[in-house]
Write a protein that binds this ligand. Structure first.
Ligand code: V1D
Ligand code: CA
Length: 575
C-alpha cells in the first residue's frame, strides 16, 4: 500500500491533567500511548508536532462566549458558585472542574484544529490527535467527560476548504455533540456506531436522521452488548461504503474512542485491537484525507495498545511491527503477556442472537439510498457570511423579532462601522499588523482566493480614523456601542471582562470589536451582544463584517495569520 504523509500531534503536558481520584477518564493514557509509539520507533516516520493551544476566540466559533469564559475562570474552589450549584455549564460528577481544565481543553482542541490545518494545507494525508475526540461537549455545556468539542472545531476548520466532511464515530457511546452541531447541515455527514439502550447519553436511534437541509445526513447505528469484530465489520464496511459512494466526502474525521474494545471499564462491546483498527485500515484505504482522533477508552493499557497500533496503521507499517512489546517506560503494566494485543472475551453477541444487526444495517442502507447524492457548495447558496452563521452556529435568538432598542443599536453600529471603514486608498504596506485581517470564515475556496492579493491576505483595515482616538495611548480602550466614544479600560482585574478573555498583551492586534457598557448584556439578555452582532451582519447586506461579528465581535485573525506566516500549525517536536 502506498505511503501516506502522517502528521502526529502530541503535547507532553496532556498526561499531567487529572479529572480527580476515582474518575474513569485518565488523560495519562495519551502519554502511555505516546510512549509506545516512541518505543516502536514511529516518531521518525511521521511529522511530530505540538499544536498551538486553542484560544478562547477559536473555541467560541462553536461554544458560547459565556461558556468559554466560564471554563477559563472556573477552579475547583469556585465551581459550586460559578455553576449555580451544579445547574449550569457542568452538571453532575461526569465533568468535574479539575485543576487546569481550560488548558487541557486548549491542548485537545488545538491538536484537532492543527490536524485539520495540516490536512487542508496538503501537508498531511493523515493527521492524528489522540488527545481529541471529545464528542459529547455541547455549545454551552460540558457532557460525558467532554468540555470543548475539538471535533466540531476541527470540522469547522475543514469546511473552510472542503465542501463536504464525513464524521465517523466508533466510540462505544453515541457521538451526540457532533451530531447535534451539524444536525441541520448537509455539508457534514455524521455516522455514529454505539451501544444503545440504557446507556449514556441515551440518544442515537435510527429515527434521528438530521433536520431541514441536514435531513438524512445524520446516520445512527445503534448496537447491543457484545459485538464482535466480525459483526462490527459486517455493519461498518457496507454502511461506510454506501456513505462514501453517495456523499463523496472531501475529508473524513474518524473518532477512535476505544471504549468499544473488549474489557473496557465503561464499554460493553467485544472488539479486539485488530477489529477496532480494521476501521482505521478501511478508511486509510479509501485515499481520502483522514483525521484520527481519540475519545473514550477506560482500560488504559488497552487504549494505549490500540492507539499505538492505529498509529502504525496510519503509517502503513502494522504488518512490520513486532507484537511483542518493546521495552518502554510502562512496560510492567502490559504483563503478563507484554503483547500488543487486545483479545476478545466470551461475552455473547446480542446483535446476532436476535437478528437486530441485520435490521439495523438494512435500515441504515435504506436511509442512504434515499439520500440526495453529494450536495455541493456550488449548487447551494454559499454565503459571504461567517461559516458559523451559514451552519446556524450564530449566537442565540438571531431570528427573534427585533424591538426598538435593537433597531436603534443596529443603526448606531452601522454608523460606527461606516466610521471605521478604511479609506479606499489605504495601502497594505502602511497598515500595521493590527490591520491584517483573517477572512471571515466563509467556506468556499474561491472566496478565500478573492481575499488574497499576491498570495497574501488583502488588508481590511479595521482601525477607526486616528482622529477618533489617540493611537499612541498605551491604555486599553474599547468603543461604546451606544455612544461611539472610546473609553479607557482600567487595569484592575474587575474590568478584565472588557477584554472578553483576550490576552491584553495581544489585545491590540485584535480588531473591530464592539462592546456594550457594563450591565447592557444583562439588560439585553445573556447572549444579546453577540445576537445583535449576528443580526447586524444580516442587515448589513453581507458585508464581510460577519466573520468577526458572528464570533461575538472578536477576531481570531491573530492566530490564523500567525499560523500562515509561520507556515506551521504547531511546533516540530524533537523525537
Ligand atoms: F463511573 C463514573 C465515575 C465517576 C464519574 C463518572 C462516572 C461515569 C461512568 N459512566 N459516568 C458515566 C456516564 N454518565 C452517566 C450519567 C451520570 N448520570 C446520572 C448519567 O451515565 C458518562 C459516560 C461518558 C462516556 C464518554 C465517552 O467515552 O463517550 C467519551 N468519548 O470521548 C471522551 C469521552
Ligand atoms: Ca460512537
Amino acid at each position: 500500500m502506498s505511503k501516506r504523509k502522517v502528521a502526529y500531534f502530541y503535547d507532553s503536558d496532556v498526561g499531567a491533567y487529572t479529572y480527580g481520584l476515582g474518575h474513569p477518564m485518565k488523560p495519562h493514557r495519551i502519554r502511555v500511548t505516546h510512549d509506545l509509539v516512541t518505543a516502536y520507533g514511529m516518531l521518525d516516520k511521521m511529522h511530530v508536532l505540538r499544536a498551538k493551544r486553542a484560544t478562547p476566540e477559536v473555541m467560541s466559533s462553536f461554544h458560547t462566549d459565556e461558556y468559554v469564559h466560564f471554563l477559563q475562570n472556573v477552579t475547583p474552589e469556585t465551581a459550586e458558585r460559578m455553576t449555580f450549584h451544579g445547574t449550569r455549564f457542568l452538571v453532575g460528577e461526569d465533568n468535574p472542574a479539575f485543576e487546569g481544565v481550560f488548558e487541557f481543553c486548549s491542548i485537545s482542541a488545538g491538536g484537532s484544529i492543527g490536524a485539520a490545518r495540516k490536512i487542508t494545507s496538503g501537508a498531511a494525508d493523515i493527521a492524528i490527535n489522540w488527545a481529541g475526540g471529545l464528542h459529547h461537549a455541547k455549545k454551552r455545556e460540558a457532557s460525558g467527560f467532554c468540555y470543548i468539542n475539538d471535533i466540531v472545531l476541527g470540522i469547522l476548520e475543514l469546511l473552510r476548504s472542503y465542501p463536504r466532511v464525513l464524521y465517523i464515530d466508533i466510540d462505544c457511546h453515541h457521538g451526540d455533540g457532533v451530531e447535534e452541531a451539524f444536525y441541520t447541515s448537509n455539508r457534514v455527514m455524521t455516522c455514529s456506531f454505539h451501544k444503545f439502550g440504557e446507556y449514556f447519553p441515551g440518544t442515537g436511534t435510527q429515527e434521528d436522521r438530521g433536520r431541514g437541509k441536514g435531513k438524512g445526513y445524520a446516520v445512527n447505528v445503534p448496537l447491543k452488548d457484545g459485538i464482535t469484530d466480525e459483526s462490527y465489520k459486517s455493519v461498518f464496511q457496507p454502511v461506510i461504503s454506501k456513505i462514501l459512494e453517495t456523499f463523496r466526502p472531501s475529508a473524513v474525521v474518524l473518532q477512535c474512542g476505544s471504549d468499544s474494545l473488549a474489557g473496557d471499564k465503561l464499554g460493553c462491546f467485544n472488539l479486539t485491537m485488530k477489529g477496532h483498527a480494521a476501521c482505521v485500515q478501511f478508511m486509510r484505504k479509501q485515499n481520502i484525507p483522514l483525521i484520527l482522533l481519540g475519545g473514550g477508552g477506560y482500560t488504559v493499557k488497552n487504549v494505549a495498545r490500540t492507539w499505538a497500533f492505529e498509529t502504525a496503521c496510519a503509517l502503513g507499517i502494522e504488518d512490520d511491527i513486532d507484537l511483542n512489546l518493546p521495552w518502554n517506560q510502562y512496560f510492567e503494566w502490559f504483563g503478563p503477556r507484554y503483547r500488543l494485543e487486545v483479545a476478545e472475551n466470551n461475552m455473547e453477541d446480542l446483535n446476532v442472537k436476535d437478528g437486530s444487526l441485520e435490521r439495523v444495517r438494512e435500515k441504515a442502507l435504506e436511509q442512504l439510498r434515499n439520500l440526495i447524492p453529494a450536495p455541493s457548495v456550488q449548487m447551494q447558496d454559499v454565503p459571504r457570511e461567517s461559516l458559523q452563521h451559514h451552519l446556524g452556529f450564530s449566537k442565540d435568538d438571531e431570528t427573534a423579532p427585533r424591538d426598538e432598542l435593537d433597531e436603534e443599536l443596529a443603526k448606531h453600529v452601522r454608523y460606527v462601522y461606516n466610521l471605521q471603514e478604511p479609506d479606499s486608498t489605504t495601502d497594505e504596506s502602511s497598515s500595521s499588523s493590527e490591520s491584517e485581517s483573517e477572512d471571515d470564515g466563509t467556506s468556499s475556496i474561491s472566496w478565500r482566493m478573492q481575499n488574497r492579493v499576491n498570495g497574501r491576505r488583502a488588508s481590511r483595515s479595521p482601525m477607526p480614523p486616528t482622529s477618533n482616538r489617540s493611537r499612541t495611548s498605551s491604555k486599553k480602550q474599547r468603543m461604546s456601542l451606544l455612544t461611539g466614544q472610546y473609553f479607557d479600560i482600567p487595569e484592575e482585574p474587575e474590568y478584565a471582562h472588557y477584554t472578553c478573555g483576550i490576552d491584553p498583551a495581544r489585545a491590540s492586534s485584535q480588531k473591530r470589536r464592539f462592546f456594550l457598557p457594563e450591565g447592557w448584556d444583562e439588560y439585553l439578555g445573556v447572549d444579546a451582544t453577540v445576537d445583535m452582532h449576528s443580526r447586524l451582519f444580516n442587515e448589513y447586506g453581507g458585508h464581510d463584517l460577519g466573520g468577526v461579528m458572528a464570533r461575538g465581535g472578536r477576531s481570531n485573525d491573530g492566530d490564523l495569520e500567525e499560523a500562515e506566516e509561520e507556515e506551521e500549525d504547531g511546533m516540530v517536536l524533537d523525537s
